[in-house]
Design a protein around this ligand. Structure first.
Ligand code: GN1
Ligand code: MG
Length: 340
Protein backbone atom coordinates (compact mmCIF):
# COMPACT_ATOMS: atom_id res chain seq x y z
CA UNK A 1 0.00 0.00 0.00
CA UNK A 2 2.86 2.33 0.80
CA UNK A 3 4.15 1.90 -2.74
CA UNK A 4 0.80 3.05 -4.12
CA UNK A 5 0.84 6.18 -1.99
CA UNK A 6 4.33 7.02 -3.17
CA UNK A 7 2.89 7.67 -6.64
CA UNK A 8 1.28 10.73 -5.12
CA UNK A 9 4.45 12.32 -3.80
CA UNK A 10 6.58 12.70 -0.73
CA UNK A 11 3.92 14.02 1.61
CA UNK A 12 2.59 10.44 1.84
CA UNK A 13 5.82 8.88 3.09
CA UNK A 14 4.68 8.52 6.70
CA UNK A 15 0.96 8.30 6.10
CA UNK A 16 -1.16 5.92 8.14
CA UNK A 17 -4.02 3.87 6.73
CA UNK A 18 -7.20 2.51 8.19
CA UNK A 19 -9.53 0.10 6.36
CA UNK A 20 -13.10 1.34 6.28
CA UNK A 21 -15.91 -1.15 6.02
CA UNK A 22 -18.98 -0.54 3.92
CA UNK A 23 -19.66 -1.52 0.32
CA UNK A 24 -19.80 -4.99 -1.13
CA UNK A 25 -17.69 -4.16 -4.16
CA UNK A 26 -14.65 -1.89 -3.66
CA UNK A 27 -12.20 -1.68 -0.75
CA UNK A 28 -11.74 1.69 0.94
CA UNK A 29 -9.12 3.11 3.31
CA UNK A 30 -8.78 6.40 5.12
CA UNK A 31 -5.27 7.75 4.71
CA UNK A 32 -3.87 10.27 7.15
CA UNK A 33 -0.91 12.16 5.80
CA UNK A 34 0.99 15.05 7.38
CA UNK A 35 -1.49 17.86 6.89
CA UNK A 36 -4.60 16.30 5.40
CA UNK A 37 -6.59 13.11 5.12
CA UNK A 38 -7.53 11.21 1.99
CA UNK A 39 -9.63 8.30 0.82
CA UNK A 40 -7.92 5.49 -1.06
CA UNK A 41 -9.95 2.90 -2.94
CA UNK A 42 -9.18 -0.28 -4.77
CA UNK A 43 -11.58 -0.70 -7.67
CA UNK A 44 -13.03 -4.18 -8.04
CA UNK A 45 -12.08 -5.21 -11.53
CA UNK A 46 -14.45 -8.16 -11.66
CA UNK A 47 -17.19 -5.53 -11.59
CA UNK A 48 -15.56 -2.56 -13.29
CA UNK A 49 -13.70 -4.18 -16.17
CA UNK A 50 -12.30 -0.86 -17.40
CA UNK A 51 -11.65 1.48 -14.45
CA UNK A 52 -10.25 4.11 -16.82
CA UNK A 53 -13.84 4.76 -17.86
CA UNK A 54 -14.70 5.91 -14.35
CA UNK A 55 -11.77 8.32 -14.39
CA UNK A 56 -12.75 9.63 -17.84
CA UNK A 57 -16.32 10.24 -16.73
CA UNK A 58 -15.35 12.11 -13.60
CA UNK A 59 -12.93 14.23 -15.59
CA UNK A 60 -15.65 15.14 -18.12
CA UNK A 61 -17.97 16.15 -15.31
CA UNK A 62 -15.29 18.20 -13.56
CA UNK A 63 -14.45 19.96 -16.84
CA UNK A 64 -18.10 20.78 -17.38
CA UNK A 65 -18.39 22.35 -13.94
CA UNK A 66 -15.26 24.36 -14.53
CA UNK A 67 -16.30 25.62 -17.95
CA UNK A 68 -19.71 26.69 -16.65
CA UNK A 69 -18.27 28.33 -13.50
CA UNK A 70 -20.40 26.08 -11.35
CA UNK A 71 -19.59 25.93 -7.66
CA UNK A 72 -20.98 22.40 -7.33
CA UNK A 73 -18.74 20.31 -5.06
CA UNK A 74 -17.55 17.30 -7.10
CA UNK A 75 -14.93 15.09 -5.51
CA UNK A 76 -12.49 14.29 -8.30
CA UNK A 77 -9.47 12.02 -7.91
CA UNK A 78 -6.08 13.46 -7.07
CA UNK A 79 -3.52 13.08 -9.82
CA UNK A 80 -0.30 11.14 -9.33
CA UNK A 81 3.05 12.85 -9.77
CA UNK A 82 2.88 11.83 -13.45
CA UNK A 83 -0.65 13.20 -13.91
CA UNK A 84 -2.62 9.94 -13.82
CA UNK A 85 -5.99 9.56 -12.08
CA UNK A 86 -5.45 5.87 -11.32
CA UNK A 87 -2.54 3.80 -10.10
CA UNK A 88 -2.29 0.37 -11.67
CA UNK A 89 -0.47 -2.21 -9.54
CA UNK A 90 -0.33 -5.98 -9.70
CA UNK A 91 -3.28 -6.22 -7.31
CA UNK A 92 -5.55 -3.77 -9.04
CA UNK A 93 -6.42 -0.18 -9.79
CA UNK A 94 -6.33 2.41 -7.01
CA UNK A 95 -7.42 6.01 -6.76
CA UNK A 96 -7.06 8.68 -4.14
CA UNK A 97 -9.50 11.46 -3.36
CA UNK A 98 -9.42 14.23 -0.75
CA UNK A 99 -11.16 13.55 2.54
CA UNK A 100 -13.65 16.37 3.06
CA UNK A 101 -12.82 18.08 6.37
CA UNK A 102 -15.41 17.87 9.14
CA UNK A 103 -17.54 15.49 7.13
CA UNK A 104 -19.06 12.27 8.33
CA UNK A 105 -20.96 9.42 6.74
CA UNK A 106 -23.93 7.67 8.26
CA UNK A 107 -24.86 4.05 7.69
CA UNK A 108 -28.46 3.94 8.81
CA UNK A 109 -31.06 6.60 8.10
CA UNK A 110 -32.43 7.52 11.50
CA UNK A 111 -34.54 10.59 10.75
CA UNK A 112 -36.69 11.65 7.83
CA UNK A 113 -34.65 14.87 7.78
CA UNK A 114 -31.59 12.82 6.83
CA UNK A 115 -33.61 11.17 4.05
CA UNK A 116 -34.61 14.63 2.82
CA UNK A 117 -31.01 15.89 2.89
CA UNK A 118 -29.69 12.87 1.01
CA UNK A 119 -32.40 13.12 -1.65
CA UNK A 120 -31.61 16.80 -1.99
CA UNK A 121 -27.94 15.94 -2.50
CA UNK A 122 -28.55 13.30 -5.15
CA UNK A 123 -31.05 15.58 -6.88
CA UNK A 124 -28.56 18.44 -6.84
CA UNK A 125 -25.94 16.16 -8.31
CA UNK A 126 -28.11 15.37 -11.34
CA UNK A 127 -29.34 18.95 -11.52
CA UNK A 128 -25.74 20.28 -11.61
CA UNK A 129 -25.35 18.50 -14.95
CA UNK A 130 -28.69 19.37 -16.49
CA UNK A 131 -26.93 21.29 -19.28
CA UNK A 132 -24.40 18.50 -19.84
CA UNK A 133 -25.13 15.92 -22.53
CA UNK A 134 -25.23 12.72 -20.47
CA UNK A 135 -24.61 10.53 -23.51
CA UNK A 136 -20.98 11.69 -23.42
CA UNK A 137 -20.45 9.52 -20.35
CA UNK A 138 -19.10 6.03 -20.82
CA UNK A 139 -20.89 3.04 -19.39
CA UNK A 140 -18.88 1.71 -16.47
CA UNK A 141 -21.06 -1.39 -15.94
CA UNK A 142 -23.08 -2.43 -18.99
CA UNK A 143 -26.82 -2.90 -18.32
CA UNK A 144 -26.32 -2.07 -14.65
CA UNK A 145 -29.90 -0.95 -13.99
CA UNK A 146 -31.48 -2.58 -17.02
CA UNK A 147 -34.34 -4.50 -15.42
CA UNK A 148 -35.03 -6.55 -18.53
CA UNK A 149 -31.41 -7.68 -18.56
CA UNK A 150 -31.44 -8.47 -14.82
CA UNK A 151 -34.48 -10.64 -15.40
CA UNK A 152 -32.73 -12.42 -18.27
CA UNK A 153 -29.77 -13.08 -15.97
CA UNK A 154 -32.21 -14.54 -13.49
CA UNK A 155 -33.70 -16.84 -16.16
CA UNK A 156 -30.20 -17.86 -17.13
CA UNK A 157 -29.37 -18.73 -13.52
CA UNK A 158 -32.50 -20.90 -13.42
CA UNK A 159 -31.16 -22.83 -16.42
CA UNK A 160 -27.53 -23.07 -15.42
CA UNK A 161 -27.35 -22.44 -11.70
CA UNK A 162 -27.09 -24.60 -8.59
CA UNK A 163 -29.91 -27.18 -8.94
CA UNK A 164 -30.25 -27.86 -5.25
CA UNK A 165 -30.61 -24.21 -4.41
CA UNK A 166 -33.08 -23.59 -7.22
CA UNK A 167 -35.28 -26.54 -6.21
CA UNK A 168 -35.53 -25.27 -2.65
CA UNK A 169 -36.68 -21.82 -3.79
CA UNK A 170 -39.97 -22.42 -5.60
CA UNK A 171 -41.67 -19.91 -3.32
CA UNK A 172 -39.20 -17.14 -4.07
CA UNK A 173 -39.23 -17.87 -7.81
CA UNK A 174 -43.03 -17.67 -7.85
CA UNK A 175 -42.90 -14.37 -6.06
CA UNK A 176 -40.43 -12.98 -8.58
CA UNK A 177 -42.87 -13.96 -11.33
CA UNK A 178 -45.76 -12.33 -9.50
CA UNK A 179 -44.07 -8.94 -9.96
CA UNK A 180 -43.29 -9.46 -13.63
CA UNK A 181 -45.56 -6.52 -14.46
CA UNK A 182 -42.79 -4.24 -13.16
CA UNK A 183 -40.62 -5.38 -16.07
CA UNK A 184 -43.44 -4.66 -18.55
CA UNK A 185 -43.74 -1.18 -17.05
CA UNK A 186 -39.99 -0.73 -17.35
CA UNK A 187 -40.04 -1.73 -21.00
CA UNK A 188 -42.67 0.83 -21.82
CA UNK A 189 -41.03 3.59 -19.74
CA UNK A 190 -37.68 3.34 -21.51
CA UNK A 191 -39.44 3.95 -24.82
CA UNK A 192 -41.28 6.96 -23.46
CA UNK A 193 -39.46 10.25 -24.18
CA UNK A 194 -41.01 11.81 -21.06
CA UNK A 195 -38.48 9.75 -19.10
CA UNK A 196 -35.16 11.38 -19.74
CA UNK A 197 -31.65 9.96 -19.57
CA UNK A 198 -29.62 12.21 -17.28
CA UNK A 199 -26.38 12.07 -15.31
CA UNK A 200 -27.41 9.56 -12.66
CA UNK A 201 -25.46 8.26 -9.69
CA UNK A 202 -26.82 4.68 -9.50
CA UNK A 203 -25.72 3.99 -5.91
CA UNK A 204 -27.65 6.35 -3.68
CA UNK A 205 -27.29 4.56 -0.34
CA UNK A 206 -26.94 6.88 2.63
CA UNK A 207 -23.24 6.16 3.13
CA UNK A 208 -22.60 7.78 -0.24
CA UNK A 209 -23.59 11.19 1.12
CA UNK A 210 -21.24 13.32 3.21
CA UNK A 211 -22.91 15.14 6.09
CA UNK A 212 -21.63 17.92 8.32
CA UNK A 213 -21.91 17.83 12.11
CA UNK A 214 -25.40 19.40 11.93
CA UNK A 215 -26.65 16.61 9.65
CA UNK A 216 -26.72 18.91 6.64
CA UNK A 217 -25.65 17.24 3.40
CA UNK A 218 -22.36 18.40 1.88
CA UNK A 219 -22.01 16.37 -1.32
CA UNK A 220 -22.26 12.88 -2.77
CA UNK A 221 -19.35 10.44 -3.12
CA UNK A 222 -18.57 7.17 -4.94
CA UNK A 223 -18.87 8.19 -8.57
CA UNK A 224 -18.03 4.78 -10.05
CA UNK A 225 -21.49 4.08 -11.34
CA UNK A 226 -22.23 7.58 -12.61
CA UNK A 227 -23.62 6.96 -16.08
CA UNK A 228 -26.53 8.08 -18.19
CA UNK A 229 -29.57 6.88 -16.27
CA UNK A 230 -33.15 7.48 -15.21
CA UNK A 231 -34.39 9.33 -12.15
CA UNK A 232 -36.04 6.14 -10.93
CA UNK A 233 -32.69 4.45 -10.44
CA UNK A 234 -31.51 7.05 -7.95
CA UNK A 235 -34.84 7.67 -6.26
CA UNK A 236 -35.56 3.94 -6.18
CA UNK A 237 -32.34 3.01 -4.44
CA UNK A 238 -32.97 5.71 -1.85
CA UNK A 239 -36.35 4.15 -1.17
CA UNK A 240 -34.86 0.68 -1.04
CA UNK A 241 -32.22 1.72 1.47
CA UNK A 242 -33.84 4.51 3.53
CA UNK A 243 -37.46 3.46 4.04
CA UNK A 244 -36.85 0.58 6.39
CA UNK A 245 -34.92 0.83 9.66
CA UNK A 246 -33.60 -2.70 8.93
CA UNK A 247 -31.30 -3.07 5.92
CA UNK A 248 -30.79 -5.82 3.34
CA UNK A 249 -28.61 -7.82 5.76
CA UNK A 250 -31.39 -8.28 8.33
CA UNK A 251 -32.56 -11.87 8.70
CA UNK A 252 -35.35 -11.11 11.17
CA UNK A 253 -37.88 -9.96 8.60
CA UNK A 254 -40.30 -8.70 11.25
CA UNK A 255 -37.91 -5.76 11.57
CA UNK A 256 -38.53 -4.69 7.98
CA UNK A 257 -40.86 -1.77 7.89
CA UNK A 258 -41.72 1.05 5.47
CA UNK A 259 -41.75 4.50 7.05
CA UNK A 260 -44.17 6.64 5.00
CA UNK A 261 -42.75 9.95 6.25
CA UNK A 262 -39.35 8.92 4.89
CA UNK A 263 -40.96 8.22 1.52
CA UNK A 264 -42.37 11.72 1.43
CA UNK A 265 -39.03 13.20 2.49
CA UNK A 266 -37.23 11.46 -0.36
CA UNK A 267 -39.81 12.75 -2.84
CA UNK A 268 -39.64 16.25 -1.42
CA UNK A 269 -35.85 16.44 -1.26
CA UNK A 270 -35.42 15.13 -4.78
CA UNK A 271 -38.12 17.38 -6.22
CA UNK A 272 -36.76 20.44 -4.43
CA UNK A 273 -33.35 19.84 -5.99
CA UNK A 274 -34.61 19.01 -9.46
CA UNK A 275 -37.02 21.95 -9.55
CA UNK A 276 -38.79 21.91 -12.93
CA UNK A 277 -36.45 19.35 -14.51
CA UNK A 278 -38.84 16.45 -13.97
CA UNK A 279 -41.68 15.82 -16.41
CA UNK A 280 -45.22 15.16 -15.16
CA UNK A 281 -44.78 11.48 -16.00
CA UNK A 282 -41.61 11.37 -13.94
CA UNK A 283 -43.21 13.18 -11.02
CA UNK A 284 -45.93 10.54 -11.11
CA UNK A 285 -43.31 7.80 -11.18
CA UNK A 286 -41.91 7.97 -7.65
CA UNK A 287 -43.84 4.96 -6.43
CA UNK A 288 -42.73 2.95 -9.44
CA UNK A 289 -39.14 4.01 -8.68
CA UNK A 290 -39.27 2.24 -5.32
CA UNK A 291 -40.86 -0.90 -6.72
CA UNK A 292 -38.45 -1.02 -9.64
CA UNK A 293 -35.30 -0.85 -7.56
CA UNK A 294 -36.38 -3.11 -4.72
CA UNK A 295 -37.51 -5.72 -7.24
CA UNK A 296 -34.27 -5.47 -9.20
CA UNK A 297 -32.21 -5.98 -6.05
CA UNK A 298 -34.29 -9.01 -5.04
CA UNK A 299 -33.68 -10.42 -8.53
CA UNK A 300 -29.94 -9.74 -8.31
CA UNK A 301 -29.54 -11.37 -4.89
CA UNK A 302 -31.58 -14.44 -5.86
CA UNK A 303 -29.72 -14.77 -9.16
CA UNK A 304 -26.43 -14.64 -7.29
CA UNK A 305 -27.63 -17.26 -4.84
CA UNK A 306 -28.40 -19.58 -7.74
CA UNK A 307 -25.00 -18.74 -9.25
CA UNK A 308 -23.18 -19.82 -6.06
CA UNK A 309 -22.64 -16.25 -4.82
CA UNK A 310 -20.03 -15.40 -7.41
CA UNK A 311 -20.93 -11.70 -7.61
CA UNK A 312 -21.79 -10.53 -4.10
CA UNK A 313 -19.94 -13.17 -2.13
CA UNK A 314 -21.46 -14.60 1.06
CA UNK A 315 -20.41 -14.84 4.67
CA UNK A 316 -22.71 -17.80 5.32
CA UNK A 317 -24.23 -20.34 2.90
CA UNK A 318 -27.74 -18.85 2.74
CA UNK A 319 -26.58 -15.23 2.75
CA UNK A 320 -27.79 -14.18 -0.69
CA UNK A 321 -31.04 -16.08 -0.24
CA UNK A 322 -31.70 -14.20 2.99
CA UNK A 323 -30.88 -10.93 1.24
CA UNK A 324 -33.29 -11.81 -1.57
CA UNK A 325 -36.06 -12.81 0.86
CA UNK A 326 -35.44 -9.61 2.79
CA UNK A 327 -35.86 -7.53 -0.37
CA UNK A 328 -39.01 -9.44 -1.36
CA UNK A 329 -40.45 -8.71 2.06
CA UNK A 330 -39.61 -5.03 1.63
CA UNK A 331 -41.21 -5.08 -1.82
CA UNK A 332 -44.40 -6.63 -0.46
CA UNK A 333 -44.66 -4.07 2.30
CA UNK A 334 -43.86 -1.19 0.04
CA UNK A 335 -46.35 -2.34 -2.61
CA UNK A 336 -49.25 -2.78 -0.22
CA UNK A 337 -48.74 0.42 1.71
CA UNK A 338 -50.93 3.20 0.50
CA UNK A 339 -48.37 5.99 0.36
CA UNK A 340 -48.71 7.32 -3.16
C1 GN1 B 1 -23.36 -3.00 -4.50
O1 GN1 B 1 -20.82 -2.28 -3.06
P1 GN1 B 1 -21.96 -1.34 -2.94
O2 GN1 B 1 -22.69 -1.52 -1.65
O3 GN1 B 1 -21.59 0.08 -3.23
C2 GN1 B 1 -23.96 -2.90 -5.90
C3 GN1 B 1 -25.27 -2.14 -5.84
C4 GN1 B 1 -26.20 -2.87 -4.90
C5 GN1 B 1 -25.53 -3.02 -3.53
C6 GN1 B 1 -26.37 -3.87 -2.62
C7 GN1 B 1 -21.48 -2.12 -8.57
O4 GN1 B 1 -23.03 -1.71 -4.07
O5 GN1 B 1 -25.84 -2.09 -7.11
O6 GN1 B 1 -27.37 -2.16 -4.77
O7 GN1 B 1 -24.26 -3.64 -3.64
N1 GN1 B 1 -23.01 -2.23 -6.76
C8 GN1 B 1 -22.53 -2.85 -7.83
O8 GN1 B 1 -25.81 -3.83 -1.35
O9 GN1 B 1 -22.94 -3.94 -8.21
MG1 MG C 1 -20.87 1.80 -4.77
Amino acid sequence: MKSILLHYGRQFENATMELLSGGLINQTWKVEAKAESFILQRINQNVFSDPQRIANNVRLLANHLQSTNSNYHLIAPIKTTTGAELVHEADGYFRLTPFVKNSKTIHVVETSAQAYEAALQFGQFTQAFSKFNASQLQTTIPDFHNLKFRYEQFLDSLQNGNRERIQACTKEIKEIERYHFLIDQYNSIIHNPAFKLRVAHHDTKISNVLFDSNDQGICVIDLDTVMPGYFFSDVGDMMRTYLSPANEEESDFTKIEVRPDYYHSIMQGYSDAMKDELSTEERNGFFYAGQFLIYMQALRFLTDYFNDDRYYGASYPQHNLVRAQNQLQLLRQFSTLNIR
